[in-house]
Design a protein around this ligand. Structure first.
Ligand SMILES: Nc1ncnc2c1ncn2[C@@H]1O[C@H](COP(=O)(O)OP(=O)(O)OP(=O)(O)O)[C@@H](O)[C@H]1O
Length: 677
């Protein structure tokens, strides 16, 4: 880095800052005058809101680096329209007062070359520069790193700035990775909106990061089409969503819905718990066939003719004619609710024809009125009654005969018994639903009518979804695309996917390609080597992850007194910067928390995010998707024994560590780990 080069960069930085300040003033001015220039109140309000949020985003901008990279193009043919140009690339576009772009958005087409150009495939680029910034405020430019691609220079993952970013001690919520997206990640981030894809990636390979950046990219590319309810991000639990919630806003995207699957399906949380056996049956794909049968069992032979009095005479549809209409609508295989309205329309059309045969020409109002006539509604209620999902499921789970006729040949008698309620509620209104019931209710609702869909859904930890939960997402993306993120080796639910093709079929995208990410950015090599020892026991055809990190520390210690050992390990961890998690199976948590508090350590429990407490005591079941700078895993054998897929759970837990991992055990380690001691 030459001194004059650096001085030039400081001059440009001052120019970019001034331009941003101008953009901010200009945006504020437009907020002030927006009301007057807009034609009507609605437009004024919308415009005002837009400008206000734009001004707010800009105002927050000076806190983050204005750009992270620079591309220089040569004069060769592959430079195309960028011949001899130079571009700065940042989180957002910055233009000067004359409208001249100073910084290009990382999502613009030309920015792809920043991430993908290599010495072998230069794509017209002669030099790539990465900028380093201080981490404290106000941010200062600290230096840069050049790759002269035209001279065969290429740093790849050896980049000093990439290494610093990856090894940075973790504190607070997840951050974006725009400055250091890797070529294979960028291919996934910039996949077309219409392309569904599945990313199988080991722990810390950047799946979540890729999914969030893809959402931001798609919103930039298709702003209008995706502006309202266009994109949904689905994560495994609220703690995970809190952890990732700041990434999209930092990229300027504040309108993306981020929910757990259960929140997608239902407004109120589950209030009942199933037995393991019942949950297994309820989450099974065969339940879709049971529910379909249960729904359409409501379609019945008409009870008799329809007679509608009109003035001095009666219009009449005979039972046979009516039965034919019912059969035809049934054969059309439309959603149940649509079928009911179609039957109503057909009845009205028959009545209309009769009236016309008498020389009358009924108007629209008459047709609407006749469609609601008591005789018509009674016939509909008899042959195609309205269904409420909660009512139907209550009947199904309360009444063995109804269940038997819906499940005959699909579920065994034993399976039917397992899901039947022992103590049925008095009415469906007081029924308490479990997480699995939510998927069943959603399936029924989906049989009645199509739910509102999204143009694109990003599903994280997708290996854990049950077939019935997958179907709920398939319904919501029937006319859209999916980014499916997951790791078969991290599957911990009893119904976790054994392979991707079957899971993708349940998700309604059987042809989505499966792409693999195998380079790990979170977990240091030594820690990953330990975790990878579990792979043979995980029943998952997932490739091992390689780490780009050679730093980090792993300590495995026998500890007869787990409380004391945990306090000591936390004490050591507090000597370093970064977040700390103590992770154990549920029964140990209370004791460990007491031991830590007695020692004067204030801790966050699961669900608490007090920023001044650096230590979190976390049940193994809630560690998924999270990361902490220093992780202390207590009694791994307990974690393995706590659940059928306990070994997979341990694999998840061991791979949460960014810098250091302590494993404390009073009993022998699980066999696959023991060999390393
Ligand atoms: N290209 C990159 N540059 C810098 N950091 C990266 C990059 N890719 C991933 N990371 C970082 O690596 C860590 C792991 O990423 P992420 O959580 O997206 O991985 P994951 O595959 O979803 O992991 P897991 O399956 O274990 O939850 C994060 O801190 C992320 O910021």
């Amino acid at each position: 880095m030459s001194v004059s080069d650096f001085a030039d960069e400081l001059v440009f930085l001052a120019r970019a800052r001034a331009a941003l300040a101008w953009m901010l003033d200009h945006a504020r001015m437009r907020v002030a005058t927006g009301d007057q220039v807009a034609g009507d109140r609605y437009t004024a309000e919308t415009l005002g809101r837009m400008l206000k949020s734009y001004a707010k985003e800009l105002a927050e901008e000076p806190d983050s680096p204005l750009y992270f990279g620079r591309l220089r193009f040569g004069d060769g043919p592959d430079a195309g329209e960028h011949r001899d140009q130079s571009y700065y690339i940042g989180r957002r576009r910055i233009t000067d007062a004359a409208g001249e772009p100073l910084v290009i958005d990382w999502r613009a087409p030309v920015s792809a070359r920043f991430y993908r150009a290599s010495a072998r495939d230069r794509q017209g680029v002669t030099a790539r520069r990465r900028f380093g910034w201080s981490s404290h405020h106000p941010v200062q430019l600290t230096g840069f790193e050049d790759e002269r691609l035209d001279q065969g220079e290429e740093l790849g993952t050896a980049s000093r700035l990439l290494t610093a970013e990856i090894e940075r001690p973790r504190v607070g919520p997840m951050r974006d990775i725009v400055a250091t997206i890797q070529p294979e990640q960028d291919e996934l981030v910039r996949a077309d909106l219409d392309r569904s894809l599945c990313v199988q990636g080991g722990p810390g390979t950047g799946k979540t990061a890729v999914g969030l950046h893809r959402a931001a990219y798609l919103l930039y590319q298709h702003r209008r089409r995706l502006s309202r309810n266009g994109v949904l991000v689905v994560g495994p639990n609220p703690a995970f969503l809190r952890y990732i919630s700041a990434v999209l806003p930092a990229l300027g995207e504040v309108d993306v819905r981020q929910q757990t699957l259960d929140e997608v399906l239902r407004e109120s949380p589950a209030r009942a718990t199933d037995t393991d056996e019942a949950a297994r049956v309820k989450h099974d794909a065969r339940m879709a066939a049971v529910l379909r049968r249960a729904v359409y069992a409501h379609v019945a032979e008409p009870g008799g003719p329809i007679a509608v009095p009109v003035d001095a005479y009666r219009l009449r549809i005979g039972a046979v004619a009516l039965a034919r209409q019912v059969a035809e609508v049934r054969a059309a295989d439309v959603p149940y609710g649509v079928g009911r309205e179609r039957l109503r329309a057909r009845i009205v059309a028959l009545l209309q024809r009769q009236l016309e045969a008498r020389g009358e020409s009924p108007g629209r109002a008459w047709l609407e009125k006749i469609g609601r006539a008591a005789a018509v509604t009674a016939a509909l209620d008899q042959a195609w009654p309205k269904i409420r999902p909660e009512e139907l499921l209550t009947t199904l789970l309360s009444d063995p005969d109804t269940l038997a006729s819906a499940a005959d040949g699909i579920l065994t008698d034993g399976e039917q018994k397992v899901i039947a309620w022992e103590r049925p509620p008095r009415t469906f209104k007081t029924a308490k639903w479990s997480v699995a019931d939510h998927a069943l209710l959603d399936e029924i609702a989906g049989l009645i009518d199509h739910p509102t869909g999204y143009r694109h859904i990003v599903v994280d930890e997708a290996q854990d979804l049950s077939p019935m939960q997958c179907r709920a997402l398939a319904r919501r993306s029937a006319h859209g695309s999916l980014t499916v993120l997951g790791d078969l080796a991290q599957g911990t639910t009893p119904w976790a996917a054994a392979d991707w093709p079957a899971q993708l079929a349940h998700l309604g995208k059987p042809d989505a390609p499966v792409e693999a990410l195998t380079l790990g950015f979170r977990v240091p090599a030594a820690v990953l080597a330990l975790a990878n020892r579990l792979l043979p026991g995980l029943h998952a055809a997932a490739p091992a992850t390689r780490s780009v990190r050679t730093d980090g520390a792993l300590r495995i210690r026998p500890a007869p007194d787990l409380g004391a050992a945990t306090v000591a390990a936390v004490g050591g961890a507090l000597g370093h910067e970064g977040s700390i998690a103590v992770i154990a199976a549920d029964p140990l948590l209370a004791d460990l928390t007491v031991a830590l508090r007695r020692a004067g350590v204030s801790v966050n429990l699961a669900g608490e995010d007090e920023p001044d407490r650096r230590v979190t005591v976390l049940p193994a079941g809630l560690a998924k998707g999270l990361e902490f700078d220093h992780v202390i895993v207590v009694e791994p054998d307990d974690i393995v024994r706590a659940e059928p897929r306990g070994l997979n759970r341990l694999y998840v837990v061991l791979t949460r560590a960014v810098s250091r991992l302590d494993v404390l055990h009073s009993r022998p380690l699980p066999a696959l780990l023991a060999a390393v001691e």
